[in-house]
Design a protein around this ligand. Structure first.
Ligand code: COI
Length: 357
């Protein structure tokens, strides 16, 4: 474990205030009392890993992140089990993806063990903020990195700041979601930043999400940038289709985010009599399959959203279409429960995914 200096807050959240927050945490509404910060200085590498009180930062107005958007992030969760122990789920995958995102955005790369140590440091110190498992609550951990160097020329920055913050979280979506098939917007294109978890991907999605809302949908179904024909992702999540032939089909990696939940579900699929299939799939195949019953269930998955049933689509061409009977499907519910049970230690962890803090 890397050596971290720790400066404790002089104004910790009171027990009463924390209990009130944990009773109804929402998502991103409350923050733990400390943060991890590590700065990367050109030529000197990663400097002075430290835990400091949660507070604002001073940032030069010319910091490159504010102008050219060099920023990446991750999302993972800490789970409190019934015996009060606290566990992480596949943090190594997040650490590896963080390196990939950094490389794509021409940022300094953080060693994977330093990423994991930083997460562990914060969670260990903030154990009291990890909610009980009721209602599938957890502590959502947000590691991120920005280009901190003040410089207005367009080039990769020399200096970066890595930080970890955390927020207690309930379910991200409280209800199943309907998807709007946007004819106007694209999340990613070949050679673009689709495989990186960078803030810009999310910024550019917002106008499409507004369009989805205006069309009665909670999220956007993203199709490819060239033809608007091939399914990619939905909202901030990966998407999966259960077929009547017992397959679990999901778009192949390429310009989509390599989700940790996506990968986990593909590995669990055979235990639910589903053959995992990663392949290109067209929007017509999906909508025809939904209409004919060949695709009886659709769900989205991600760290924040876990497994979220998709119960309908809307598109300019084909209008509103319901998936199945418009209720979360049997396989969707079983896979969701299985994953969550592994995360909370209620089911066997056959792949060794969970790590105790
Ligand atoms: C996650 O599932 O961790 C995400 O990245 C979604 C987040 C943008 C809310």
């Amino acid at each position: 474990m890397a050596e971290f200096s720790i400066t404790n807050t002089t104004a910790p959240t009171t027990d009463a205030a924390r209990h009130a927050a944990l009773a109804d945490p929402g998502f991103g509404r409350y923050y733990v009392d400390h943060q991890v910060v590590i700065d990367h200085i050109d030529g000197d590498g990663w400097q002075d890993p430290r835990v400091i009180p949660m507070s604002e930062w001073a940032l030069h107005p010319a910091a490159a992140v504010l102008h050219y958007g060099q920023e990446i992030f991750e999302g993972l969760k800490a789970y409190r089990r019934d015996d009060d122990s606290i566990w992480l789920f596949r943090p190594d995958r997040n650490a590896a993806r963080f390196v990939h995102s950094a490389e794509r955005m021409a940022m300094a790369t953080l060693p994977e063990d330093l990423f994991i140590d930083s997460v562990r440091q914060l969670v260990e110190l903030e154990q009291a903020w990890v909610p009980v498992s009721e209602n599938e609550q957890s502590l959502y951990i947000r590691p991120f990195m920005i280009a901190s160097e003040p410089y207005l020329g367009v080039r990769e920055a020399n200096n970066y700041r890595f930080a970890v913050i955390a927020t207690p979280a309930g379910p991200y979506y409280s209800e199943p979601v309907k998807l709007w098939i946007t004819p106007n917007y694209t999340r990613a294109a070949p050679g673009g930043t689709g495989t990186a978890k960078c803030g810009g991907n999310y910024a550019s999605s917002l106008v499409a999400t507004k369009e989805a809302a205006a069309n009665g949908c909670g999220q956007v179904l993203w199709t490819d940038g060239a033809e608007h024909k091939w399914v990619e992702e939905c909202g901030t999540m990966n998407i999966m289709f259960v077929t009547a032939d017992g397959e679990l089909v999901t778009p192949a990696l390429g310009s989509i985010l390599a989700g940790v939940t996506r990968d986990s579900i593909l590995k669990l699929a055979p235990m639910h009599d589903l053959t995992p299939v990663e392949r290109p799939i067209t929007i017509d195949e999906v909508l025809d399959g939904v209409a004919s019953g060949q695709i009886p269930e659709v769900f989205a998955c991600g760290t924040a959203a876990v497994v979220t049933p998709i119960t309908g689509f809307n598109s300019p061409d084909r209008g509103v279409q319901k998936v199945g009977d418009g209720q979360p499907g049997v396989k969707t519910r079983a896979i969701r429960q299985h994953l969550v049970d592994i995360q909370y230690g209620r089911a066997e962890d056959p792949f060794g995914w969970t790590q105790r803090v």
